[in-house]
Design a protein around this ligand. Structure first.
Ligand SMILES: Cc1cc2nc3c(=O)[nH]c(=O)nc-3n(C[C@H](O)[C@H](O)[C@H](O)COP(=O)(O)O)c2cc1C
Length: 177
């Protein structure tokens, strides 16, 4: 399967990048083709809502690395969103990528699966509710099928996450696709 993993943390050695590393390692063991896009280290300008794309066959007015990702997403079969919880939603870095889907909604909607991997400091049962709701609404809108979620609560830092079985769960999710 062709996978695209989009990460949203500015921490190269943080919790969610560890989840992404493990997931990708598992997916590669299973023979999947993985492209990784680390949004925090790419040049992704925010959507200007200028609607240039509406009259230019989905081409965005911005010329940045998001345009490469948009082309990549057309053929990908599974998109994996990996984000730290920031104020009960996705990080701004990954949200900027998602907002830019606006230019290519018609080209990427339908016939895809998605997954959500996230980590948060909080450990309440409601900690990830806002994030999950946004993710589920996005999937409804784009007619994508949820293929699984890994929500690592109570994980403020990598050292804490390493003491849990979330990294192993991320590996298994990738391996068992
Ligand atoms: C700007 C900011 C906002 C955050 N908001 C929340 C939050 O709403 N709820 C929560 O439980 N943790 C919150 N956190 C904690 C992070 O989600 C947590 O430390 C996570 O493990 C960081 O992931 P990373 O190491 O991959 O960047 C926030 C952290 C930052 C820097």
């Amino acid at each position: 399967m062709k996978l695209t993993v989009i990460t949203g943390s500015p921490h190269k050695k943080g919790t969610t990048n560890l989840l992404a590393d493990q997931f990708i390692a598992g997916a590669k063991v299973a023979g999947h083709e993985v492209v990784r896009f680390d949004a925090a280290f790419e040049n992704v300008k925010p959507c200007l809502a200028c609607e240039y794309c509406a009259s230019h066959d989905g081409e965005c007015i911005h010329k940045d690395t998001m345009n490469d990702l948009s082309k990549q997403l057309v053929d990908t079969e599974l998109i994996v969103f990996v984000t730290p919880l920031y104020y009960f939603g996705m990080s701004a870095q990954i949200k900027a990528v998602i907002d830019r889907f606006h230019a290519s909604n018609a080209k990427i909607a339908g016939n895809k699966k998605a997954m959500l991997l996230a980590a948060a400091y909080g450990a309440d049962d409601w900690t990830m509710e806002g994030l999950e709701k946004m993710y589920e609404s996005m999937l409804c809108f784009l007619a994508w099928e949820d293929a699984g979620k890994l929500l690592a609560i109570g994980c403020p830092a990598r050292e804490v996450l390493e003491q849990t079985n979330y990294p192993q769960q991320a590996f298994e999710m990738g391996k068992n696709l």
